[in-house]
Ligand binder design. Structure first.
Ligand SMILES: Nc1nc2c(ncn2[C@@H]2O[C@H](COP(=O)(O)OP(=O)(O)OP(=O)(O)O)[C@@H](O)[C@H]2O)c(=O)[nH]1
Ligand SMILES: [Mg+2]
Length: 463
């Protein structure tokens, strides 16, 4: 207890001195969070020696001395599996890090020489960077906190397009026969919940993003628990709220609403409270290219999911008071990940498309006067950019190895710089290929613009 208190006090002092930063790496499932964190640690650990970080001013000015992982704050949370991720990348053939199944934390101490040496100023200083990783599936539970059972049910049915509906067909067939005032039948609720979970899993496999509740996709230790046995009911209307609320405890509606509330208060809220409240900076990672490859319904689904998600974070300018006691995100980056899937001259379009996808949240952030930088990056670059000449013309191409080990020289297609039109979708001019990471070489992992991201997110703290 006393130890906890001392630690919290030390943190508070460090925050006050601007020597500690908590960075939210936000991204839906498969967006590239784990790859980003792995690369971030790797680049900073190699900084000063073999990392290529020219766009990070502290590195360019040779003031960045390196970084070390240190004991994290919460000893009850596993450590971010950096070594496992790095080892997977070094195997022959190299492998991508595993999808994340639970929460992990990481604390980095970054050592640097301040830009201006002054009297009484130490020659070297440290910045503590706190990071954490989690399964993307769980992130979409944050917007679920905004709802009650009635409004949540309505939203789940309102947003589903034809492809998504077809994946949930067996759930729809069952649930449509259920009336809110029917008496509960435990076994039936469990069976319908399983249909719902199956439908969500199928939708995820098919590239959909806006899927709630997240623990249905990745239950962890909650597998089979009644708290995961609920689902939305169709045909509920706002004006029925009063009647619905009066239904007896043993009715289907009352039971489902109770489980939904339990899920919110016992699963989502603690997750949010413990991990998502205290951030100073944020990077939102988006697999724009993956969504582009998956078609219009998935693309819209991603845009909607991200817009809702970004409402769950605290943004605002900082005063000394807010920095100490109610930290807010005062600067963020949005990044289109896996930029090495397209040729370099497409990167600008990729950023424009990302901005179009996030138009709504960007408007709000601008209004709140929060600086945002949009960029495209590859945390771990798997391809090489090439020029191919054909009949006297030189065209850009990518060289990489597919996951099956086939060596490829390809032009994956043009990225539209605006939200794609119907015409784009019918032509479907984009061919997304999953590449294997490059064979490990000495030094830091190859990347695209990790240094630009770092400069924006922490550069000002390294001066
Ligand atoms: N080519 C390329 N592929 C990448 C890059 N980053 C991620 N990927 C691919 O995207 C997949 C998902 O990346 P992860 O970092 O595991 O994604 P995540 O956001 O941690 O996903 P969850 O843990 O499932 O939430 C990887 O297995 C790679 O196939 C990159 O920089 N370049
Ligand atoms: Mg992950």
């Amino acid at each position: 207890m006393a130890q906890d208190l001392t630690r919290d006090l030390m943190d508070l002092i460090e925050r006050g001195r601007d020597r500690q930063l908590r960075l939210a790496v936000t991204g839906l499932s498969r967006a590239g969070k784990t790859a980003f964190l792995t690369s971030l640690v790797d680049q900073l650990r190699h900084s000063g020696l073999e990392a290529r970080l020219d766009l990070l001013s502290a590195a360019r000015e040779a003031r960045l001395l390196g970084a070390q992982r240190v004991a994290q704050q919460d000893l009850g949370v596993p450590r971010f599996p950096f070594d496992q991720a790095r080892a997977a990348l070094e195997e022959t053939p190299p492998r991508w890090p595993e999808p994340t199944r639970g929460i992990s934390e990481l604390r980095l101490k970054i050592r640097y020489r301040p830009a201006r040496q002054a009297w009484l100023r130490p020659e070297t200083t440290e910045l503590t960077l706190d990071l954490f990783d989690y399964p993307g599936e769980w992130l979409l539970d944050l917007p679920l906190l905004e709802h009650d059972y009635l409004s949540w049910s309505q939203a789940q049915f309102a947003d589903a397009g034809p492809a998504r509906r077809s994946m949930l067909a067996s759930f729809y067939a069952e649930v449509e026969e259920l009336t809110p005032d029917a008496e509960i039948d435990e076994a039936r609720l469990a069976a319908i919940s399983e249909h719902y979970a199956e439908g969500l899993r199928a939708a995820r496999e098919a590239g959909f993003s806006d899927l709630q509740p997240g623990r249905f996709l990745l239950p962890g230790e909650l597998q089979g628990a009644p708290v995961l046995q609920f689902f939305p009911l169709p045909g509920l209307a706002e004006q029925d709220a009063e009647t619905l609320d009066k239904l007896p405890e043993a009715s289907v509606y009352a039971q489902l609403a109770k489980r939904f509330a339990y899920y919110q208060s016992h699963i989502v809220r603690p997750f949010y409270r413990e991990h998502f409240r205290r951030f100073d900076r944020q990077i939102v990672l988006v697999d724009v290219l993956g969504a582009l490859n998956a078609g219009p319904e998935r693309f819209e689904d991603l845009s909607r999911a991200l817009t809702r998600l970004m409402q769950s974070f605290n943004y605002g300018q900082r005063s000394l008071f807010s920095r100490l006691f109610t930290p807010r995100i005062d600067r963020l980056a949005i990044a289109a990940t896996k930029a090495d899937h397209v040729t370099p001259e497409q990167h600008q379009h990729l950023v424009a498309l990302l901005e179009a996808l996030l138009a709504e949240p960007l408007k709000n952030l601008k209004y709140a006067n929060i600086p945002v930088k949009a960029l495209s990056l590859a945390s771990i670059r798997a391809t090489e950019a090439r020029e191919v000449s054909h009949q006297g013309h030189s065209t850009p191409a990518l060289k990489g190895t597919t996951l099956d080990g086939e060596s490829l020289l390809t032009f994956p297609g043009e990225v539209p710089s605006r939200l794609p039109t119907a015409d784009f979708w019918t032509r479907q001019g984009f061919d997304f290929i999953a590449f294997r990471p490059q064979q490990a070489a000495p030094g830091a992992l190859p990347h695209i613009r990790m240094d630009a991201a770092l400069e924006w997110l922490i550069g000002d703290k390294l001066t």
